[in-house]
Design a protein. Structure first.
Length: 434
């Protein structure tokens, strides 16, 4: 780790004690080495975010550690950023929580869709700050301070134009993905999405549930889905989605894992990644994965935040999955389940690490998915009959089949669209002597 990537992290809270664990994880994910920290409990100072005396203390911490960056775990305004910066050594950068998140997203974005979403988030973040930052840059002797030069109205208009163009391209990508979801459903697949906070164990759980086939060749692949790799304890290992076929008893299921939620995401940032969240919004079932080893208040806050994000547009039922139960005794798990029953009724408890409860989760998934339609077809014996029977096996669940000299009887369950297609294929069969 070079000196250029050393950082002091700081956070202000209105009451209680500031928790720096997540911002440290975010800093680590962005490639920073945290060499110092500072917290304060007080109301927000309009000029500095922290009290001015605390900012002087922050500057001293920076000088002592030789840090080249200060990461503030708050939503810091451009004036506050400027004022804090004037207290620090000249070559020290000041960034806030959301700038850090966007930096991580930018590093992780590999697909065109991911890159567009990152750019959209950056522009939405920049738009209300552009005029302020430019006026501050005029007042500061440092060239290019805060990233903008002279401001005029064209700067704001240019940002708005770029936002519009990116939205148009993302809408085109979303339309293609919607057609792909329809094709998968027409092929007999149910779509299940994994949602939840980062480090809740979603990727590990996916590895437990999924077959080896990765069916989403255009998406980023989670490194820990490789059979030889271990799950990484790092935020935002990937920004894209990964879809794999799940191993189920009766149903054909495609399981999609996507980037995890993090605390205190502003509305504009969630909206910027709406295209990625479409895989959750448009699923047939959502598995909301929770780290059950965390304290009850933290779990409750995360579940509520996820529900607020998902219920607004989600079309599917949500099943809460309490993961990492290997870290809890049965008594502790029972107490947490009871304490959270009002917001997470009838959860499934699993340990993705050990495999405990995974079979029960498979059963629950099949129970919660939209009901299939039962059908009984009598197929004339033709040169194409066995091809139709094979197609039904591939797209539904065959309960019984019997063969006579002139007919094949197939009883099966499948999605309504698959039943309709099977009927059409059956109607097209003609006996050889017809």
């Amino acid at each position: 780790m070079t000196a250029e990537h050393s950082a002091v992290v700081a956070k202000r809270v209105e009451s209680g004690s500031a928790d720096l664990s997540e911002i440290k994880q975010l800093a680590d994910a962005a490639g920073y080495e945290v060499v110092g920290e500072l917290t304060q409990t007080r109301t927000e100072d309009a000029a500095y975010m922290f009290g001015e005396g605390k900012v002087d203390e922050l500057a001293e911490r920076v000088r002592e550690t030789g840090a080249r960056c200060v990461i503030i775990d708050n939503d810091v305004g451009p004036y506050q950023t400027y004022n804090v910066g004037t207290k620090l050594p000249e070559d020290v950068e000041v960034i806030d929580r959301f700038t850090l998140i966007l930096e991580i997203f930018g590093d992780r974005a590999q697909t065109r869709k991911a890159q567009l979403q990152v750019e959209l988030a950056e522009l939405r973040y920049e738009l209300p700050r552009a005029e302020v930052k430019a006026s501050l840059a005029k007042r500061d002797e440092r060239p290019g301070f805060m990233g903008l030069g002279e401001y005029d109205e064209s700067v704001e208009q240019d940002i708005k134009r770029q936002i519009s163009e990116i939205r148009d391209e993302l809408e085109s990508i979303a339309a293609k993905e919607q057609r792909r979801r329809k094709q998968r459903r027409d092929s007999g697949f149910d779509l299940v999405a994994l949602a939840g906070y980062t480090n809740a164990g979603k990727s590990t759980l996916m590895r437990q549930l999924a077959a080896e086939i990765d069916v989403d060749e255009n998406a980023d692949r989670h490194p820990d889905l490789e059979t030889t790799a271990e799950s990484e304890d790092m935020l935002f290992t990937t920004l894209g989605t990964t879809t794999r076929r799940a191993e189920m008893d009766r149903r054909n299921v495609l399981l999609t894992d996507t980037v995890g939620f993090i605390s205190d995401l502003p509305h504009w940032l969630v909206e910027s990644f709406e295209s990625t969240l479409e895989s959750v919004y448009r699923a047939d079932l959502v598995l909301l994965v929770v780290d059950a080893s965390e304290p009850v208040p933290e779990i409750r806050e995360k579940i509520v935040t996820c529900h607020d994000t998902l219920y607004e547009r989600n079309e599917a039922p949500i099943v809460t999955v309490f993961n990492k139960t290997d870290k809890l005794s049965d008594e502790e798990l029972a107490e947490k389940t009871a304490a959270l029953s009002s917001i997470a009724p009838n959860p499934i408890t699993v340990s993705a690490k050990t495999g405990r409860g995974v079979e029960d989760l498979r059963d629950r998934v099949e129970d919660e998915l939209p009901e299939w339609r039962h059908e009984r077809l009598v197929l004339p014996m033709t040169d194409d009959t066995m091809s139709v029977v094979s197609w039904i096996h591939d797209h539904g669940y065959v309960e019984e089949e019997s063969y006579g000299d002139e007919h094949v009887v197939v009883e099966f369950e499948a999605r309504p669209t698959v039943v309709s297609q099977a009927r059409s294929k059956a109607a097209d069969l003609r006996p050889a002597d017809a």
